[in-house]
Design a protein around this ligand. Sequence first.
Ligand code: BG6
Length: 488
Amino acid sequence: MAEPHLFVIYGGTGDLAKRKLFPSLYRMLAKTGVSGEAVVLGVASAPLSDDEYRRSARESLASAGIGDTSAWCDERVYYEQVERGTPSLEPLARRIAAIERDHGLSGNRVFYLALPPGAFPRVIEDLSKVGLNRSDGWTRLVIEKPFGRDLQSAQELNRLVHRYFDENQVYRIDHYLGKETVRNLLAFRFANLLFETSWNRDRIDAVEITVAETLGIGTRAAYYDNAGVVRDMMQNHLTQLLALVAMEAPHSFEADAIRDEKVQLLRSIRRIDLNEVTFGQYGPGTTAGGEQLIGYAGESGVPAGSTTPTYVSLRVDIDNWRWQGVPFYLRTGKRLPEKSSHIAVRFRPPPTCLFHGRRDECVAHQNVIKLILQPNEGFELYFDVKSPSESLKLTQERLRFMYADSFDDIPDAYQTLIRDVIEGDQTLFVRADEVEESWRLFDPVIDAAADGHPVHEYAAATWGPEGRHTPIEWALGPIRGEVTKSPR
Ligand code: BG6
């Protein structure tokens, strides 16, 4: 249940606050009928008045298609300027106390750090020095990704956070965990006996996790060139998908029961074989619609000669009883031909083949379950049927469930995660040990990129450099009425 609270957006004039936080917070509050329970305080270094900030909040809500918010903004949105390097946050603490007094709030507070990662330590320390890490109600700290830039920095940041906050106050955001299909993974696996009994090395042949983006890096060179694709996507979003698809059943749906199993899974992953890692960086290219795209090197702000990878594919092996011997292929990249995120689970072929082609080859297709996260959430099951009136000719067909066909209001990821913060549910947030385990896994891969592991150029709007793994989705046979992508 959402209790009355103060929602402090630290970095309140930034892109994230404008594009995501205001619209998601507003929608969530309106939907749960508690818009009267929240008061928002934007904090940033720009010299703005409350009224100027309210105007910009109204504009962000309007550009997200939410109209008629003047009264809410005027009554419930405030702004406090905090200059960079300010010696003490005492004025902020006093302002918070005054707003809470005026609104009759009892000290429930969210501090959402919508800041560049380099700013986290200082802000966490400054807030705590003036006692803002505790209150008479609850105080929750939301930290955006990336949490650290390697294992060591993540450990240091965790130590700092824990000096002032208990782990149950800390919400490390990974917005992929808020996506409806990602949340549904647990229901899909653990509410349906049919799938879960087959979810193991005896039945599954390979698993592939793909997050393909059409966007380039846009105006984010300063951040991206330092981060690269492994820090930006693989260590967090794809690792979370991997953990949810492969973890053991938790003993309950409590946040820590689920997070314990995810950590356990991450600990079972073998050190990644660098021979199985392919890096790429997009070069110039042309989309199917004829749009000319510049390469990474030509993007504004990218230093000359940068070898930062924008694409990676790799193989993960899990050394446990369930998954021994089953390869998990993970791949993600920018400037690929389509925005598409999915998990494809391929089942083993039948033990003997009864269906042969002209050259005596086996013509049965392996079953595949494809869990689709983007662009349209849902899942598909691929299976063989006999083509009518032809003796033993097999055709691959598909059963399909799309969320949008059954439900009309699919909340956006931030809406879900903000609701969970306000309700105090940490299930979809990354715990300290979990974030450290995923850095432990990917530090050597990041080091390899820095130490001269080849980074191949691929033309923008193509499927990345030639890798050693044939994507499972391309191995799927043609589905009637659909154009299938041809393997490169
Ligand atoms: C962010 C990355 O975390 O996720 C971006 O920093 C990326 O580089 C984005 O584009 C992808 O999110 P989504 O929800 O559009 O798949």
